[in-house]
Design a protein around this ligand. Structure first.
Ligand code: PMP
Length: 415
């Protein structure tokens, strides 16, 4: 395996099984999982409804997802098209978020006949050549070569950078000015791609309405808006089903991409686009494993579960309690610069006490201490990874939120 795999922990963890919001390691230790929700297991580990759908489908058929009619794919596409808010929507399934964004870039650049793209500083969009080319986070940019010309926009991060400490309105105005300045009088780029809340970047975002303000500038110039909902979709942010809805004043994006947990462990990614954009390609295109019956069966079962159990509402309620609790602890720990986020997508920014300097060593220390206490959390942020990320499965209970907060509290105090 390559050296550049980013294994967590000084003593890497081998996870062998899970149930609900808990996982077990090879030594039999049990952990509360406050990170797996954003990785693969959006809803719950070993969710019986999904396990049943997957095993039944595996015993029936897994065949080409696109050369023959595939009922589970059509059903899931219809549900997602309807939920997306995008009018006259078409859905194309892939196997990962990277491939979903690659497809969105293929569509945008072809539709607009331009290979120039606007992306956000500190963003993450995947690991293919083109996805790396639009990833602003320098910690996840293994090459500066790119098939695309990318212009990076301010707005995803408020704790660092030239516009930190401005009010919401002034922050938005400064970012809009920056965008206009960047665009100048040159030929407009094809699209702006942005995560409504930056995931790998440390669960950070500009104020609500930022992308609506950007949209006005983009629309005047005929530039598309692609929302990368790979981490923010399906109710994770609590207040909204999609992250873009916090910027809804100007309507839905032209395209959105999704992936990760919608299969609750099965590999589903995809793009939703207006028909005229989706259909701009004029040669055949398929994804062999994108949309197979087995992944679609998982997606359908998972989507039904999360809607029937109102997991978006759960993310809002339980996430709100967790945020309150973490803010109270943070006020007493000098390393904590900020506790932010919404729903079950919460970030804790660590700096050297009394400064604005990122403190990656503190982030690693808290990660280790939390593990010792029986809690898995994540890290994120810019090149100097100094934010902690909390993203449990969306079915987290209040008791589990309390239990995890207590462990995290001890870990933070150990700094
Ligand atoms: N977009 C975002 C916002 C992501 O967080 C990720 C994964 N971290 C990706 C795209 C890429 O997804 P995948 O790893 O499934 O290729």
């Amino acid at each position: 395996m390559p050296d550049w795999l980013a294994l967590y922990y000084e003593e890497p963890l081998e996870i062998t099984h899970g149930e609900g919001r808990h996982v077990w390691d090879a030594d039999g230790n049990r952990y509360l999982d406050f990170f797996g929700g954003i990785l693969t297991t959006m809803t719950a580990h070993a969710l019986p409804e999904v396990t049943k759908a997957v095993s039944e489908q595996a015993g029936r058929i897994v065949h080409s997802s696109t050369l023959y009619l595939n009922r589970p794919m059509v059903e899931l596409a219809e549900r997602i098209a309807h939920l997306s808010g995008i009018p006259d929507a078409r859905v194309f399934f892939t196997t990962s978020g990277t491939e979903a964004n690659d497809t969105a870039l293929l569509l945008a650049t072809t539709y607009k006949q331009s290979n120039s793209i606007l992306a956000m500083r500190n963003s993450y969009h995947g690991r293919s050549f083109s996805a790396v080319g639009i990833t602003g986070n320098r910690g996840w940019s293994p090459t500066s070569l790119s098939p695309l010309q990318t212009l990076y926009v301010h707005g995803g991060v408020r704790t660092r950078g030239p516009y930190a400490d401005l009010s919401d309105d002034d922050f938005i105005a400064a970012c809009v000015d920056d965008l206009k300045d960047l665009l100048g009088h040159t030929r407009p780029p094809a699209a702006l791609i942005a995560e409504p809340v930056q995931g790998v970047g440390g669960f950070t975002s500009g104020p609500d309405g930022l992308y609506a303000a950007f949209r006005e500038v983009l629309a005047e110039r005929g530039i598309l808006w692609i929302a990368d909902e790979v981490q923010t979709g399906w109710g994770r942010t609590g207040d909204h089903f999609w992250g873009w809805q916090a910027h809804a004043r100007s309507g839905p994006p032209d395209m959105l991409t999704f992936a990760k947990g919608i299969g609750n462990g099965m590999s589903i990614g995809g793009v939703v686009a207006r028909a005229e954009i989706m259909n701009c390609l004029d040669s055949n295109s398929i994804s062999t494993f994108g949309g197979t019956q087995i992944t679609m069966a998982a997606g359908l079962a998972n989507l039904s579960y999360l809607i029937e159990h109102d997991l978006q509402g759960n993310a809002r309620r339980v996430g709100g309690l967790l945020l309150e609790r973490l803010r109270a602890v943070a006020a007493q720990v000098p390393h904590v610069r900020e506790v932010r986020g919404r729903g079950l997508m919460l970030g804790i920014e660590l700096t050297r006490p009394g400064t604005d300097e990122a403190d990656p060593a503190a982030a690693s220390a808290v990660l280790e201490a939390a593990r010792e206490g029986g809690l898995l959390i994540g890290k994120g942020g810019g090149h100097n990874t100094s934010a902690l990320r909390v993203a449990p499965p969306l079915s987290l209970t209040v008791a589990e939120a309390e239990e995890g907060a207590a462990i995290l509290e001890n870990a933070l105090r150990s700094l």
